[in-house]
Design a protein around this ligand. Structure first.
Ligand SMILES: CC(C)(COP(=O)(O)OP(=O)(O)OC[C@H]1O[C@@H](n2cnc3c(N)ncnc32)[C@H](O)[C@@H]1OP(=O)(O)O)[C@@H](O)C(=O)NCCC(=O)NCCS
Length: 205
């Protein structure tokens, strides 16, 4: 099936996987992120925008995340951006301020080469450091690589949304996968670490 192209295609194994660097994105990374995203929305099972994204959209999203003190990361290999990942507030209402959802995309030439496994734990740690307590992924039920990646890093199945998407001529189901960050629900939020809380609260007052 066409929509599965980017998930089943073999990527190029990275000769020096230890040379992958995960770092905060910069505006200079936007064209590379856009190219990765454009590939996946045309052929993959990740999220899908109504209109194709342009560089300004990614710049705006990036700035918005940084404003919320949330991570926006890239994986770089020998000077090239080969993947990116970021977290956004789960919902805008203040009650949900300690929960994030996230996206992760790997360059089509480097799928199944361990890039996601490098990016996701850094994203998890950064969200945890920002004071978040829960992290949620919406994953197309046909997207086995993403499910496996998330399982590897402690995400558990938390629900199924049936026929919520329509892509490539078919209805698609989304599964929710979730993991706790830091103490999770074992203690109240630590307001001393609450830059995220303050930013979101102010915006919605
Ligand atoms: C999902 C995605 C980020 C995974 O990143 P990746 O770098 O290709 O994955 P990795 O090489 O780090 O492998 C992660 C796990 O997925 C498995 N995997 C990767 N590609 C696979 C494939 N084609 N089929 C089956 N399993 C696969 C790996 O075996 C590994 O499993 P393990 O942790 O149990 O060993 C990547 O496939 C991608 O960018 N997909 C398109 C965009 C997308 O769907 N994003 C997620 C939206 S929720």
């Amino acid at each position: 099936m066409k929509a599965l192209d980017s998930l089943t295609a073999g990527g190029t194994a990275l000769e020096r996987p230890l040379d992958i660097i995960v770092r905060a994105s910069t505006e200079d990374d936007v064209p590379a992120m856009l190219a990765i995203y454009a590939h996946h929305i045309q052929r993959g099972l990740g999220e899908m925008d109504v209109e194709p994204l342009n560089g300004e959209d990614i710049k705006r999203r990036r700035k918005n995340m940084l404003k919320h003190r949330l991570p926006h990361l890239v994986a770089e290999y020998l000077g090239a951006v080969i993947g990116y990942a970021y977290a956004v507030p789960f919902r805008k209402r203040p009650a949900y301020r300690y929960t994030v959802k996230h996206s992760i995309y790997v360059h089509p030439d480097h799928l199944n080469a361990g890039v996601g496994r490098r990016l996701l734990p850094v994203l998890i740690d950064a969200c945890s450091a920002a004071g978040c307590r829960q992290m949620i992924a919406y994953i197309d039920t046909a997207n086995v690589p993403s499910q496996r990646l998330h399982q590897t890093f402690g995400f558990e199945h938390a629900g199924l949304l049936k026929a919520v998407g329509f892509k490539y001529g078919r209805w698609t189901d989304s599964m929710l996968m979730q993991r706790a960050l830091g103490p999770g629900a074992a203690s109240p939020p630590d307001d001393d670490n609450g830059t995220l809380k303050l930013k979101i609260d102010r915006k919605h007052r």
